[in-house]
Design a protein around this ligand. Structure first.
Ligand SMILES: Nc1ncnc2c1ncn2[C@@H]1O[C@H](COP(=O)(O)OP(=O)(O)OP(=O)(O)O)[C@@H](O)[C@H]1O
Ligand SMILES: [Mg+2]
Length: 123
């Protein structure tokens, strides 16, 4: 069951309607329904990629996050495990796999990704 969020879905659909790539950052307090809104919106896309972050718990580092991302990517594509050496390589790989749109990519819990990666994404 999915309730409401008409305004949010309308805004997202407006962005989708532009037919151009867009980066949408969603924020809001815990358990407010951010992830659910995206998975609901994703139903209107033929291709959907979802990546979960590992958060920023103790012992976390960039390589662990990258390996986790690589695991999700290879599972999603049904291909043998990937070894990614940096985020640029990760997103180039993803870009190659998502050339035929419309595609929705959800990077859930993006705070873990850190500033370098966010800057790269925006560019
Ligand atoms: N519009 C909605 N209608 C019905 N249930 C909803 C709706 N939005 C969220 N929920 C439910 O509320 C719970 C919390 O939603 P969700 O996990 O999307 O929140 P979140 O903002 O991503 O939380 P977090 O900050 O912990 O990641 C989930 O069980 C989800 O299914
Ligand atoms: Mg969430």
């Amino acid at each position: 069951m999915f309730i409401g969020r008409d305004n949010e879905l309308k805004s997202l659909n407006k962005i989708k309607g532009r037919g151009k790539a867009a980066l949408v950052v969603m924020r809001g307090r815990r358990r407010i329904g951010k992830s659910r809104l995206i998975s609901e919106f994703a139903r209107g896309f033929p291709t959907y990629f979802e990546f979960q972050g590992l958060g920023s718990r103790a012992g976390m580092n960039n390589q662990i996050q990258l390996d986790h991302f690589a695991r999700q990517l290879s599972q999603r594509l049904n291909i043998p495990p990937l070894k990614l050496s940096d985020w640029r390589e990760a997103f180039s790989f993803l870009a190659r796999e998502t050339q035929t749109g419309p595609v929705l990519i959800m990077l859930d819990e993006i705070a873990w990704m850190g500033n370098t990666i966010l800057t790269m994404l925006v560019s």
